[in-house]
Write a protein that binds this ligand. Structure first.
Ligand code: GRF
Length: 196
């Protein structure tokens, strides 16, 4: 059985690229489509280079016409959604239709440094300002509450005295590339156990 994955991304798209590459030769997971709310996001060029369809969906549609997005997902037989730097809350109707099947990656060890305002460089700045010894990344299920659902996987990084928010971000990105594909695989295996 093939599980079709859609990725939602707003930014550079390095995680999206990493996920596409990780599953290129996978018999069970097929990254079918990427949706973005930013026409000029880096992810658009990355997907074009990889030959993956990337659809621009304006902010207004995300906010008021979730049925259009659900139709697009249904047409592509999507079973799992992976958020990769997607800077919008997901409409409740989409969450309801994909309950337990939407995952997000957050650049901290949740529940620490999650919630409102905690995204991108803000997270790494706060972690460095608090002189933490460790940080990391968390893959979790998306619910109606921000950064709140069950945790599927975490990866930890050590913070050294010379680390800056930028160097910490690079370390966290590296761990994200390791754990996100693994977490997606783990989710498909728990949702759709193989009979063989
Ligand atoms: C990642 O750090 C991820 O944890 C967060 O947004 C960032 C996306 O980076 N949710 P990229 O666009 O995948 O490079």
């Amino acid at each position: 059985m093939t599980h079709n994955v859609a990725i939602f991304a707003s930014g550079s798209g390095s995680n999206a690229e990493n996920i596409v590459k990780a599953f290129r030769n996978d018999k069970e997971i097929d990254v079918r489509i990427v949706l973005t709310n930013r026409q000029n996001a880096g992810v658009v060029q990355r997907m074009s280079d990889l030959g993956i369809e990337c659809v621009y969906v304006p902010n207004d549609t995300w906010a008021t016409q979730p049925e259009q997005i659900l139709q697009l997902l249904a047409r592509n037989n999507i079973s799992i959604i992976a958020l990769a730097g997607f800077l919008r809350l997901i409409h409740a109707d989409i969450i309801k239709n994909y309950r337990g099947r939407i995952v997000n990656i957050h650049p901290s060890l949740l529940p620490a440094y999650g919630g409102k305002g905690m995204y991108g460089h803000h997270v790494h700045e706060a972690v460095i300002a608090n002189h933490e010894r460790h940080s990391g990344a968390t893959v979790h299920i998306v619910t109606e509450k921000m950064d709140d659902g069950d945790i599927i996987m975490q990866g930890k990084v050590e913070i050294t005295p010379d680390d800056t928010p930028a160097s910490l971000e690079a370390k966290v990105h590296a761990v994200e590339y390791e754990i996100y594909p693994q977490a997606i695989k783990k989710l498909t295996q728990s949702l759709y156990p193989s009979n063989g």
